[in-house]
Design a binder for this molecule. Structure first.
Ligand code: NAD
Ligand code: ZN
Length: 261
C-alpha cells in the first residue's frame, strides 16, 4: 500500500492492548463502493427530493406511494449490488477477534450480512423488512401485494412501511443502550464511512474516545469527529479495512508465538 494518504496507517503501531475490544461503526460510505449512493450523493430522478423529505413519518402519511416508490428503487439498487472488500474485511476481523468484536451499522442495506457478518447491531433497521404502521407486525414480501402502494397489512389493514428508522423517529432503546455499552468498553473504535451528523450514532465514537478507546476514522471527507480522532484517514474503506484486519492478524500471530516460546 503506497499511496500517500495511507502512510499514516503504515506508521500506526497497534498493540495487543488496542485489540482487546474492537467496536466498528459503519455508515453509507462503506457501501458507496458497492454502488449504493450515500444520502448526500443521491442522483437521478430522486435528486428532486431530499432524503430528509422522503424518509420521514410525515412524508409517509402524506404520500405513501411516493415514499414506497423511492424505497422500492433503493431496494432494487441494493439487490443488484455486492458487498465489497470493506465488508469482507470486517467479516475476517470478526473471525479473528471472536467475542472481542462488535459491528454496529447505520446502514439498512443488509450488505454486512450478505458478506457473512452475524450478530451486528442494525441501528436504523433493514430496508428489506416490512412492518405494519398500525399493529407493528412484520411481514415478508411474499404475503404482501405491492401492486398497489402502500401494501396493506394482512392482519389489521394498516399501511405497510419499510422497517427502517426515519428522521424524527426513535431508535430501538435496548439496541442503542447495548451499542453504547460496547462503545464505552471499547479499546479500539473504528468509525467507517459515516458523515457523523446523525445522532445518536454519531455520539458512539465520541463516547468511546472519552472512555479511553483509540479512535480511527476512515472517510475521504472531513467530518465533525475528524479532529478529535487519534487517526483520521482520508481514504476509502475498501482500501483501509483489509489493511487493519491484516495488522490485527499479525498482532494475534505474534502474541500466540510468544506464548508458545
Ligand atoms: P451519509 O450519507 O451521511 O455519509 C456517508 C459518508 O461516507 C460521507 O461522509 C462520505 O464522505 C463517506 N464516504 C463516501 N465514500 C466512502 C468510502 N469509499 N469509504 C469511506 N467513506 C466514504 O451516511 P451516514 O453517515 O450513514 O448517515 C445517514 C443515514 O443514511 C443513515 O441513517 C443511514 O441509515 C442512511 N443511508 C443508508 C444507506 C445504506 O444502507 N447503504 C445509504 C444511504 C443512506
Ligand atoms: Zn397491521
Amino acid at each position: 500500500m503506497s499511496s500517500p494518504e495511507l502512510t499514516e496507517l503504515e506508521r500506526l503501531r497497534l498493540t495487543p492492548g488496542h485489540i482487546e475490544r474492537v467496536v466498528v461503526l459503519t455508515g453509507a460510505g462503506i457501501s458507496a463502493e458497492s454502488g449504493i449512493p450515500t444520502f448526500r450523493a443521491v442522483d437521478g430522478y430522486w435528486s428532486r427530493y431530499r432524503p430528509e423529505d422522503l424518509a420521514t413519518p410525515e412524508a409517509f402519511a402524506q404520500n405513501p406511494q411516493v415514499v414506497w416508490e423511492w424505497y422500492l428503487a433503493r431496494r432494487h439498487t441494493i439487490a443488484q449490488a455486492d458487498p465489497n472488500a470493506g465488508h469482507y474485511a470486517l467479516v475476517e476481523m470478526d473471525k479473528l477477534l471472536s467475542g472481542q468484536f462488535t459491528l454496529i451499522t447505520q446502514n439498512v442495506d443488509g450488505l454486512h450480512q450478505r458478506a457473512g457478518s452475524h450478530d451486528l447491531f442494525e441501528l436504523h433497521g433493514n430496508i428489506f423488512i416490512n412492518r405494519c404502521s398500525l399493529c407493528s407486525r412484520r411481514f415478508s414480501d411474499e404475503v404482501l401485494n405491492f401492486q398497489e402502494l402502500p401494501p396493506v397489512c394482512p392482519s389489521c389493514r394498516g399501511a405497510i412501511r419499510p422497517d427502517v428508522v426515519w428522521f424524527g423517529e426513535n431508535l430501538n432503546i435496548s439496541t442503542v443502550e447495548d451499542a453504547f455499552t460496547r462503545a464505552r468498553e471499547a479499546t479500539l473504535f473504528l468509525s467507517i464511512g459515516t458523515s457523523s451528523v446523525v445522532h445518536p450514532a454519531a455520539t458512539l465514537p465520541i463516547v468511546a474516545a472519552e472512555n479511553g478507546a483509540f479512535l480511527i476514522e476512515v472517510n475521504p471527507e472531513l467530518t465533525p469527529i475528524s479532529e478529535g480522532a487519534d487517526l483520521s484517514l482520508r481514504a476509502p474503506a475498501s482500501r483501509v479495512l483489509p489493511r487493519i484486519t491484516e495488522m490485527i492478524r499479525t498482532i494475534l500471530t505474534s502474541t500466540a508465538s510468544k506464548k508458545l516460546s
